[in-house]
Design a protein around this ligand. Structure first.
Ligand code: KG4
Ligand code: ZN
Length: 388
């Protein structure tokens, strides 16, 4: 099955083309195109993602990226005569309505897509949520318009499920159930029991800030640019060998449940930074290192609790924060030592932060479950879409 996948839930406009075969137990994926157009530089000026700017950028960049992805993937195309998908005036009118709120998308669409031949794709995957609703709508409306134009079905995807399946692109990455997934990104922090594909239970989640958000906010306190995660981890790598004269809290580490809280940790950093002002470079390095250690301690402690309670065969970590090398290493060392039978799966580098390949993979699994694929043109963006 060849899938064109679209992701616009936050500040990356992403389009992938994947080819998928096999069933749930032995899926095989080939990534034919994996394009990400990041808006990070734009949002960095504001210190965080601005939803209206994100929407505008997605509208501008999405369709050109779709065209480029199809070209990169060398997707075979056929003329409209041959496929029988002629664009009638009535269909164009429907597309106009679908794209009513996306003027940039509409004008590019009308200029380009009717003239395009029809690409040989079996489905269009798109992120339905969770994420920023104005941003999600751009992807959804674009998918619906393409569906009308090419007569291909749209498969809606939960972004968090995308982060779970993002570990599946390597051939050895088979998931044995039950599995536990730790999902850590700019918007989410969740511990999920994966009893089987599409059979999830959220064990715990953050009660306030997401881990990535905490990285971003702490970076801001330290005067580092957005996004803060990579900046903090870079600083933490340069730590000099000396004892720190302070310790940050590990919020909710022994709370007895699987929930998290990171806003107190961020506030502790703020007070510490104020006390030490003006911050020297060594201060910054030490705060970044201690903050990162505090986050890792909490994530690891809660994960171990979940492992003890549910005895998983596979432990998955997904989401932008797993780009953090120290975090990866800490989990790997701990699991190797204490739970050598549990297989740890993390995504390859290109699939850690938001991308459309993971959305295509998740869509393939959804497609396997359905007898017939059709487009639901009433599909709506859901900012708070949950896994369960
Ligand atoms: O999954 P993602 O791309 O987007 C969301 O779905 O939110 O995650 C982005 C988050 C940002 O908060 C960013 O600071 C964080 O992932 N991040 C990192 C690192 N690289 C990205 N956090 C810690 N260490 C990193 N190396
Ligand atoms: Zn994400």
């Amino acid at each position: 099955m060849r899938i064109l996948a679209i992701e616009t839930s936050c500040d990356e406009t992403a389009v992938s083309v994947i080819e998928a075969t096999g069933g749930f137990t032995r899926p095989h994926f080939t990534v034919l195109a994996h394009l990400v157009s990041s808006q990070v530089k734009l949002h960095a000026e504001w210190g965080g993602v601005v939803p209206s700017l994100a929407k505008r950028e997605h509208s501008k960049n999405l369709l050109p990226l779709v065209v480029e992805a199809l070209r990169t993937a060398k997707v075979p195309v056929a003329s409209r005569e041959k496929t029988g998908h002629q664009l009638t005036l009535a269909t164009i009118e429907e597309i106009r309505e679908i794209l009513e709120r996306e003027p940039e998308l509409l004008s590019f669409f009308l200029d380009t897509v009717p003239a395009l031949t029809v690409p040989d794709i079996d489905a269009i995957a798109v992120t339905q949520g969770p994420g920023l609703e104005p941003a999600l709508w751009v992807g959804i409306n674009c998918a619906k318009a393409l569906s009308k134009s090419w007569n291909a079905p749209v498969i809606p995807v939960n972004h968090m499920e995308g982060h779970i399946v993002s570990v599946l692109t390597s051939p050895e990455s088979k998931v044995n159930f039950p599995a536990i997934a730790l999902l850590i990104s700019g918007g989410h922090t969740e511990l999920v029991l994966v009893r089987d594909w599409h059979d999830y239970k959220i064990l715990g989640q953050t009660r306030d800030d997401a881990v990535g958000e905490a990285f971003d906010k702490v970076a801001r306190i330290l005067g580092l640019p957005y996004p803060g995660g990579p900046e903090i981890s870079r600083l933490a790598e340069t730590e000099p060998e000396r004892e720190r004269d302070f310790r940050l809290p590990r919020p909710m580490m022994e709370s007895g449940d699987f929930d998290f809280s990171f806003s107190g940790l961020k506030t502790a950093v703020l007070y510490l930074a104020r006390k030490k002002e003006p911050l020297s470079n060594i201060d910054k390095v030490e705060i970044a290192t201690e903050f990162q250690e505090a986050v890792i301690d909490v994530l690891l402690r809660k994960s171990v609790k979940a492992i003890e309670a549910y005895q998983p065969k596979t432990f998955i970590i997904g989401g932008g924060v797993i780009a953090n090398q120290r975090l990866r290493q800490a989990f790997k060392e701990y699991l190797d030592d204490e739970y050598p039978k549990i297989k740890l799966l993390v995504p390859e580098a290109a699939l850690t932060t938001d991308n459309a390949t993971m959305i295509g993979l998740a869509a393939y699994f959804r497609a396997l479950e359905q007898k017939e694929l059709t487009t639901d043109f009433s599909l709506a963006a859901k900012g708070n879409l949950s896994l369960t």
